[in-house]
Design a protein around this ligand. Sequence first.
Ligand SMILES: [Zn+2]
Length: 257
Amino acid sequence: MSTFSTPAILLRRSSYGDYDLIVTLLTLNKGKLTVIAKNAKKSRKRFPGLLELFSVLHIECRTPRARGMAVLQDATLENPFSGIRGNIMKTSYASYWAELVNLWLEEGKEQTRIYHLLRYCLDSLDSGIIGNEELSIIFQLRFLSFSGLSPNFSECNKCHTKMDEIKGNHLFFELAKGGILCKGCSSSSLSSLNLTKGIVKQLLWIQENDLKTAGRLKFNQASLREGLKFLEKFIVFHIGKEPKSLKFLRNLCSQMP
Ligand SMILES: [Zn+2]
């Protein structure tokens, strides 16, 4: 039997029998990892208040000699994220990002960049130094790029005219091919979305700059809405279903003044 330890962010938890919990984590060293937390359900003293959604932990696990799930031996909390947990809107954004990571990532494949991205976005959401919507735009764009699905905003996907040289303020976006189209090329595309040049420029700017610089970009309300709507549609298209937490988030936002 061998043990290992790693920083980890909790993505999902579910009951296993009367006593145990199964938790899925995004670990720094081993990518997405599902482990069993024995007696975590029965005894509150076993992992007190630790195994909560998107908690940043330091975990210690035991790998069984035969095949099977690793067993969670010990966990310590690095950040309780009270700024997120005390706010339903922030909790909803964090839950959406965690669900996205859980849905998309393969088990056991190292994903250091996505770990650092999720960690950075959770820290910034907790402290409030960057707005919730701006952070969700940054998270989704980076997440797409680390997953090899970065949208092409720099030129028409068909005729390769540079975005800046495309005339007019309206662009089109082809979900299936993942890139913008000029008006002429969009007429032969069966399904494309409308996007303004303004939001395309802002999203391209985020793609081209580092996280800290990207966090300083200011959006107006209309472009925030347009950017989020577009990214969420693009992600749902590629996942093939709407994440539950996204549905909840959108319902919540529609009830806000
Ligand atoms: Zn074109």
